[in-house]
Design a binder for this molecule. Structure first.
Ligand code: EPS
Length: 381
């Protein structure tokens, strides 16, 4: 079973993860992981923090050279900003230093009462989307394994607030290069300008903005996930992971939110073409009854506006219980562009985990043989 635990505070010394269950003999490209970390840091709408951090991963265990050994893999990303926060983060706060004014929409209020440390700083540090850096490192490693067994994950920003990009095929390389080179990860140039303008206006107004990310996964064979038990359904498993990404509040597979569709227009008709079983549409997003059906797995994830806003909102002081206005904590204007990269990687872990659940393998070439044999024979059943 592939699994990981991660730890680390946003302004603490480092983010760290232990990844267990990775097959041995896989040759990791560490530069590619670092490139993925850089991709996550880029994008329009980021704040000052990204000028400080230059995320790179270091492996503390589980590798011999660049090859996995089958032992648990420990990864670490150091926080450069720690130097500026050392005293705040490592020392017990004086009572005058404790943060007691919660930001609406953030984890401040729930964390204050749940953990009872008396200082919102403790919740801020762990609820921060900084944690997605280490999850991206894990996912980037999983992505490499997936690529080697014919599975690829791509993403784009579908909307910034209520402005939408056009629908495109992410597996057209020319199209995808354009998206990957766009600061807002969209395809249409006019739309790109409008996204940028929208973010600029929000920044000027002391506001933040959400949006929607589109993910497409190619090459997942039919039969991953299961309906035999509720918690083995692939759409449920992906949803759990996607919803765990900071700021994500909804997920839609395929065209499931198009309420104008009826049974005959929603159902993806089954066709036999070029000696292959295919579907004429992909309204279900590549998953039926919790099981991959061989089409691309596609979903949209909806990211809310970042809760840390410059513009004042009403809140209370938790010590006095008196009404006050919010205090501002440095933040980004929009997390939609980085969320696009984070989601690719969060999903990469889940897909590899489910592939390994179907093809348990201690060693990478064993996995490759098993999945290739399955791909060659499954439609002969
Ligand atoms: C975040 C607040 C900002 C973001 C951070 C998420 O950090 P800071 O409080 O240091 O300005 O930049 O995201 C990252 C650090 C990151 O690496 O993505 C928050 O409150 O969630």
């Amino acid at each position: 079973m592939l699994k990981f635990l991660d730890a680390g505070e946003s302004h603490g010394k480092a983010l760290i993860a232990i990844l267990d269950g990775m097959p041995s003999n896989f040759n990791i490209n560490i530069d590619t992981i670092n490139k993925e970390l850089k991709r996550r840091q880029m994008g329009y709408g980021r704040g000052k923090r990204m000028e400080i951090e230059k995320d790179t991963v270091e492996f503390l265990s589980g590798l011999r050279g660049t090859k996995t050994t089958g032992n648990p893999i420990t990864m670490i990303i150091k926080n450069k900003d720690y130097e500026n926060w050392k005293n705040i983060i490592t020392e017990e706060p004086k009572s005058s230093e404790k943060i007691v004014v919660p930001r609406p929409g953030h984890g401040d209020l729930v964390g204050y009462f749940k953990y009872g440390t008396g200082d919102i700083r403790d919740s801020i540090e762990r609820t921060s989307a900084r944690e997605t850096a280490i999850r991206t490192a894990i996912g980037a490693l999983c992505k490499q394994v997936l690529k080697n067994i014919g599975i690829e994950i791509r993403s784009k920003v579908h909307s910034m607030g209520n402005l939408f990009d056009q629908d495109v095929n992410l597996f057209d390389n020319e199209v995808y290069n354009k998206i990957d080179n766009s600061v807002v990860r969209c395809y249409n140039e006019k739309v790109e300008k409008s996204f940028i303008k929208k973010i600029d206006i929000c920044k000027e107004q002391g506001e933040t903005i959400g949006g929607c990310v589109f993910i497409s996964i190619k090459g997942v064979p039919i039969g991953i996930g299961s309906y035999s038990q509720w918690n083995r359904k692939l759409d449920g498993i992906l949803s759990y992971a996607v919803m765990s990404v900071q700021g994500v509040k909804a997920i839609e597979f395929g065209n499931s939110m198009d309420l104008s569709l009826r049974g005959t227009t929603f159902n993806d008709e089954i066709i036999y073409e070029d000696k292959k079983i295919k579907r004429s549409t992909n309204n279900c997003g590549g998953i039926e009854a919790g099981v991959s059906n061989g089409e691309n797995i596609e979903f949209k994830a909806y990211v809310k506006p970042i809760p840390s806003v410059k513009k004042n909102m009403k809140t209370i002081n938790l010590k006095t219980r008196g009404e006050v206005l919010t205090r501002y904590e440095r933040s980004d204007v929009s997390a939609v562009v980085p969320a696009s990269i984070v989601l690719e990687n969060v999903v990469a872990f889940e897909i590899l985990k489910e592939i390994l659940n179907k093809f348990p393998s201690d060693e990478f070439y064993e996995l490759k043989r098993n999945i290739n044999y399955y791909r060659d024979t499954v439609y002969k059943r």
